[in-house]
Design a protein around this ligand. Structure first.
Ligand SMILES: NC(=O)c1ccc[n+]([C@@H]2O[C@H](COP(=O)([O-])OP(=O)(O)OC[C@H]3O[C@@H](n4cnc5c(N)ncnc54)[C@H](OP(=O)(O)O)[C@@H]3O)[C@@H](O)[C@H]2O)c1
Ligand SMILES: *[C@@H]1O[C@H](CO)[C@@H](O)[C@H](O)[C@H]1NC(C)=O
Ligand SMILES: *[C@@H]1O[C@H](CO)[C@@H](O)[C@H](O)[C@H]1NC(C)=O
Length: 280
């Protein structure tokens, strides 16, 4: 799969999320389960041929009115967004898409050179994007990031995309305590704490949105992905809880669980995957 196609679907899902309040993940209530069971039974009786991804993609291309980022019906003009990890991969695509819709975006990454390079490119494209150097696995740096965000956006944040994250592919028996702490701090603790710090700002905007970037690995097993999936599984749990806890503050909380997307993360993991004979 390539970045453009998959990133396109993620971004469309995110936008649908923000606008229509669709729950893409989660909320496995009993009613839902019963409904799904009935539906499965019905489907068994009359099984329609399933459309392949390629067919759906080809239909989308043929469609006379494709939904593009510049679609007049949608605008994020004037809304404020924080996207963690926006210099590469999925985060980079999200920053650009939100900015194209008119949002004012703040992003962060650890590598200052790459962050400045991205900020320069975005300025050239007339996107309103600012940035902070921040390692989201550090509590001190997360607090500093949110101070920057609060000052840039005058205390109001509409959209928080918890995207920064990293992966590891290693047999669980070989994983060290450091592997565990690094993955949990970068993927889970960061997303939880950034959300906590953002809560007053999201509440102040009167219409807050949080999107957690999880993984399909929380639903199916990829060999060597136990700790990575566990960190994202914890993320799925707080997605449900925050959705309920913060609904009263008019903050919508959702998660997106992408499959494999060709980004620098996956390209680097590929190298470590070869010894496990995993194929994408
Ligand atoms: N690619 C996939 O197939 C896939 C599938 C499912 C879920 N995901 C999830 O999607 C998210 C993005 O993945 P990606 O593939 O786009 O990754 P990526 O290509 O490695 O990009 C990650 C971005 O986050 C930043 N980042 C990484 N660690 C950080 C840290 N500790 N503090 C601050 N920024 C940090 C990176 O910049 P710096 O290195 O400069 O910090 C970079 O901008 C992750 O949460 C990942 O788990 C990816
Ligand atoms: C965005 O909103 C501002 C003021 O709120 C307005 O001046 C501007 O024309 C709007 N831009 C677009 C593209 O709608
Ligand atoms: C930051 O990114 C630049 C450009 O990609 C690279 O040359 C440099 O080694 C990176 N710095 C660190 C500390 O990773």
């Amino acid at each position: 799969m390539n970045l453009n196609v998959d990133a396109f679907y993620i971004i469309i899902s995110l936008v649908l999320n923000l606008y229509l309040g669709r729950e893409l993940l989660i909320n496995e209530n009993t009613k839902g389960k019963i409904r799904r069971r009935r539906r499965r039974r019905r489907r068994k009786r009359k099984r329609k041929p399933t459309r392949t991804f390629m067919e759906i993609e080809s239909d989308l291309k043929k469609s006379s009115s494709p939904v593009t980022s510049m679609d007049q019906r949608w605008s994020l003009n004037g809304t404020t967004a924080l996207v963690t990890g926006g210099t590469k991969g999925i985060g980079h695509a999200i920053v650009e898409e939100l900015a194209k819709f008119g949002a004012i975006v703040h992003t962060c990454a650890r590598n200052e050179t790459e962050l400045n390079e991205c900020l320069k490119q975005w300025e050239d494209k007339n996107f309103k994007v600012t940035g902070s150097v921040c390692d989201v696995s550090s509590s001190v740096q997360r607090k500093k990031l949110m101070e920057d965000v609060s000052s840039v956006f005058q205390g109001k944040l509409h959209i928080l995309i918890n995207n920064a994250g990293t992966g590891i592919v290693k047999p669980t028996a070989e994983c060290t305590a450091e592997d565990y702490s690094h993955i949990m701090a970068t993927n889970f603790e960061s997303a939880l704490h950034v959300s906590q710090l953002a809560h007053p700002l999201l509440k102040a905007s009167s219409s807050g949105n949080i999107v957690f970037i999880s993984t399909i690995g929380t639903f199916i097993v990829y060999q060597g992905g136990a700790i990575y999936s566990a960190s994202k599984g914890a993320m799925n749990q707080i997605t449900k809880h925050l959705a309920c806890e913060w609904a009263k503050d008019n903050i919508r909380v959702n998660g997106v669980a992408p499959s494999v997307i060709k980004t620098p993360l996956i390209e680097n993991l590929f190298v470590s995957m070869t010894h496990l004979q995993l194929r994408l």
